[in-house]
Each structure stands twice: as structure tokens, then as C-alpha cells.
Design a protein around this ligand. Structure first.
Ligand code: SF4
Ligand code: SF4
Length: 375
């Protein structure tokens, strides 16, 4: 269970990926378990309407390679995710290239608007798509990316997609601090973790810099797999160059599930201490640090000198208003004389939802002179 396998894979070639997936399943003796399963719910990363080469969303060739293997075991693949922001599901599956390949390879895609929700009697109340509760065989297919709010978006964070779009922003409002938000991510994961039978991470083309949607697509040329999302995230962050003991989502989950992070067995095509070269994790670490400082109790004193707020590029903005609709605290507006939204800095909780939501890459977090100096 506490094992992670890392395979080198240099391109999105279906047969090559199939071989690597087989190798990973075999290294976990997982093919025996596959023989007992009839149906798998595949949870990819469908954050928004992005082409596959942007490395924001799951690559369709990876999905098809995995579905073909499952088909070899007489397992039906059903695919589902809730896109982020106000992205429309039907546009997301077209632009990511998933609809075309799913039709060709007979993969059923479930539509979020047809799926019911399950409400947990918790404080705050958690709402997730019911299909994830009803499915006892989920395969979690995450992307290997930086994340400026949670440092890293991997297997555990990928399960945040089981929350319907509008509710996602609400959790940012309820937990306007990176560490508190990490707790909510783990809360959500904890409600479905027993139904996840295997976790893959697609790092053939990953993302560094200002992830999860505004960073740089980067060839990491690896695929990782594990039955444990916690082990997978721990080893993946270490491979990217993070100190894995300081990535909040992983450490909170390990504590919650009494998981021994120092006892993970790694089988790899590389040296056991292998770290990817030249990965920019610094941007995510710096912004994460600044967001933590600004969320601390002394923020009123500090914010005069240190601040960050969204800035809008009017040459890119198409005035689609998606960011305005998705802002959890209604801090954005579009005055008639303006060519892009304007932000009410006193209301803004710096959740980065507008940055993630914008389909035109027209939003970035602007920083004060001293904040830049600190970084
Ligand atoms: S303006 Fe952007 S960063 Fe600020 S609260 Fe709204 S969505 Fe979040
Ligand atoms: S900044 Fe982006 S999301 Fe917001 S209105 Fe402009 S294009 Fe739309």
C-alpha cells in the first residue's frame, strides 16, 4: 500500500503509455485486483477549457491508454469531473480533446448537470457529486503541477474536483488561508478515499511556475502510480524539488490517516534520490508564503507594506465576466468605462480563483515593491 512506482515516459504515445501503466500495475500486483472489478469511475483533471499541450488538464491519450487496459480486463470506464470556475463542461471536454477520443474508444462521459449531489452533515457543510460516493472503484488520474495556493496539485488535490463548481469557490470563502484551505481539501478527500483503488500522476508534460493554470508546461517525462494518494503526493513533491514534509495537503492527510511518510517503498527507473532538473517551484513557494503572511492576524499592519492583488490585462480580457461570477466574495466588478474587471482590494481574500478561472490568462497577482523584495 505504501509503495510508489516511477516510470520514465517521454511522449504521449498510446502504446508507450499503456506499457508504462502495465508496468506500474504489475509492480503493485494490481492486475489480480483488476480481475474482480466490472466498472471504474475515472477522475481526471478537467480544470477548464485548455488544449492538452497547455498541461493544465489530463491528456486524452493517457485516458485512452488507461481505458484500453481496463477494457482488456472487461472493465467499463466511466469518466467524470467537475470543471473549475464557471467553465462549461461541454466546452471543457471538447477543448481538452477528451470528447473526440472518448467517443472513438467508447468511454462513457458523465455530465455534471445530470449527477446528483451528496451533502455531508459537517461544519462547514461539504457538498460533493454523489457518483463518487456510489462508485466503489475510482481511479484518480492527476496532473503533476505546481499550485500557488497549496504549493502543489497532485493526487489528493485532484479529488477537490468532486465538489460541484459553484461550491468550490464557497470553500475558499470559508477558509481564506492556504493552510485552512488545505484542511478542507483533505476533508473532501477523506469522504471518498476508501473508494479510490489506484492513483496515477501524469508528469509526461507537467507544469511549473505559477500553477495550476498560469504556469509553464514543462516536460518532466515521468508517470507515477500508487494505491496511496498520500504516498504518491509525498514522492512526487520530493521529485519536483519541494521539501515534501512542508507541503500542507500531504502532511495534513498523513496526520489525519496516521500514515507513516518515512516508510514509503519506491520503485523507480531513476536513482531513489532523483530530483527533476530545473523545475521552477520557487514562484509557488513565494506566493504561498506571501498569502500566508497576509492571512495572519497582524495583516492590517502588514498589508500597508506587503500586498498582492489580482491585476487584469485589458489587452487580453474579453470581458466574459467569468471571474466576476466566480469570485467568492464579490470583490470584482466591470464598470462601463473599463475594459477589464476592477478589484475591491478590501474585499479580496486572495484566493486566486479569478486567476484560475480566466480562460484568457488575463489575470495575475500583482505584488507590492516590498512583497517582491521579500520574495
Ligand atoms: S478578486 Fe480574485 S483573488 Fe480576490 S477574492 Fe475574488 S477571486 Fe479571489
Ligand atoms: S479577466 Fe478573464 S475571466 Fe475576467 S472578464 Fe476578462 S477574460 Fe473574462
Amino acid at each position: 500500500m505504501n509503495k510508489v512506482t516511477i516510470k520514465k515516459c517521454s511522449e504521449y504515445n498510446k502504446n508507450l503509455i499503456k506499457q508504462k501503466i502495465y508496468d506500474i500495475f504489475n509492480s503493485h500486483n494490481f492486475t489480480k485486483k483488476l480481475k474482480k472489478i466490472n466498472r471504474v469511475l475515472l477522475k481526471p483533471n478537467l480544470l477548464g477549457s485548455y488544449e492538452p499541450d497547455k498541461a493544465v488538464t489530463s491528456h486524452p491519450t493517457f485516458i485512452v491508454a488507461l481505458a484500453e487496459i481496463l477494457h482488456d480486463y472487461n472493465i467499463k470506464t466511466v469518466l467524470f469531473d467537475n470543471p473549475g470556475g464557471s467553465s462549461k463542461f461541454k466546452n471543457v471536454i471538447i477543448q481538452t480533446g477528451i470528447k473526440e477520443l472518448a467517443e472513438k474508444y467508447n468511454i462513457e462521459i458523465l455530465n455534471p448537470s445530470d449527477m446528483g449531489v451528496y451533502k455531508f452533515n459537517t461544519d462547514p457543510q461539504l457538498v460533493i457529486s454523489k457518483v463518487f460516493i456510489d462508485s466503489d472503484a475510482i481511479i484518480n488520474l492527476s496532473k503533476m503541477k505546481t499550485h500557488s495556493y497549496t504549493l502543489f496539485t497532485g493526487a489528493i488535490k485532484n479529488m477537490y474536483g468532486i465538489v460541484p463548481g459553484a461550491a468550490k469557490a464557497n470553500y475558499h470563502k470559508l477558509a481564506p488561508h492556504p493552510s485552512k484551505f488545505a484542511e478542507i481539501v483533505v476533508d473532501i478527500y477523506s469522504h471518498v478515499h476508501k473508494n479510490i483503488i489506484f492513483n496515477f500522476m501524469d508528469g509526461i508534460l507537467g507544469m511549473d511556475g505559477d500553477g495550476p493554470s498560469n504556469g509553464n508546461a514543462k516536460k518532466f517525462e515521468i508517470i507515477l502510480g500508487s494505491e496511496s494518494a498520500i504516498a504518491l503526493d509525498y514522492i512526487a513533491t520530493k521529485t519536483m524539488g519541494y521539501n515534501p514534509n512542508k507541503v500542507p495537503v500531504t502532511t495534513i492527510a498523513a496526520e489525519r490517516f496516521n500514515f507513516d511518510l518515512q516508510n514509503i517503498d519506491v520503485e523507480s527507473d531513476f536513482d531513489l534520490d532523483y530530483v527533476l532538473e530545473d523545475v521552477n517551484i520557487r514562484t509557488s513557494k513565494n506566493l504561498n508564503l506571501l498569502l500566508k503572511i497576509l492571512s495572519a492576524p497582524f495583516k492590517d499592519f502588514v498589508k500597508y507594506f506587503f500586498w498582492t492583488k489580482p491585476a487584469f490585462d485589458s489587452t487580453r480580457c474579453t470581458q466574459c465576466r467569468k471571474c466576476i461570477r466566480f469570485c467568492p466574495v464579490s470583490a470584482l466588478s466591470l464598470p462601463s468605462a473599463s475594459k477589464a474587471p476592477v478589484v475591491d482590494a478590501d474585499k479580496c481574500i486572495r484566493c486566486l480563483c479569478c486567476v484560475e478561472t480566466c480562460p484568457e490568462n488575463a489575470v495575475e497577482m500583482q505584488k507590492s515593491f516590498l512583497a517582491k523584495l521579500l520574495m
